[in-house]
Design a protein around this ligand. Structure first.
Ligand code: C2G
Length: 130
């Protein structure tokens, strides 16, 4: 079984996230999604999520392309996650292009997929505030 992994916040879930998850799943037979915890988002990304980790986890778990959701608590866990979950392919949107190439040393394929244009959680918040 070819296993794929991807990471993200997935706050205010939108079709850009769904496009990413669908394409990631198409690269294998099983998709693990690692969702940033509220603490990680706040401490490391300066992002205050609208939905809590548990709410974001429940929504992502409901997506047909997703097989498993686990928490992202630090930047370093990727190196061990790919072994702990027997991962073949690491996928991220291309806003992260090049940032995770070191994972090739762990024996996984690293794929950056084109982001879906025009949509982002920030865009949604800005539009709603107009
Ligand atoms: N994405 C996309 N198109 C968009 C918006 C997001 O393809 N219009 C992708 C991003 O490139 C990312 C995934 O959807 O691969 C999740 O996006 P975010 O929730 O914004 O994740 P991010 O804050 O980039 O966290 O350790 C990695 C981080 O956890 C990634």
């Amino acid at each position: 079984m070819r296993k794929v992994i991807t990471y993200g916040t997935f706050d205010l879930l939108h079709y850009g996230h769904i496009n990413l998850l669908r394409r990631a799943r198409e690269l294998g037979d099983y998709l693990v999604v690692v969702i940033s915890t509220d603490e990680f988002n706040w401490n490391e990304k300066g992002k205050k999520c609208y939905f809590t980790y548990e709410q974001r986890k429940a929504m992502v778990e409901a997506i047909r392309y997703v097989d498993r959701v686990i928490p992202e608590t630090n930047w370093e866990q990727k190196r061990t996650d790919v072994h702990d979950y027997d991962i073949d392919v690491f996928v991220m949107g291309d806003d992260w292009k090049g940032k995770f190439d070191f994972l090739k040393e762990e024996g996984v394929e690293v794929v950056y997929l084109p982001r879906t244009p025009e949509i982002s959680t920030t865009q949604i918040k800005n539009d709603l505030n107009k």
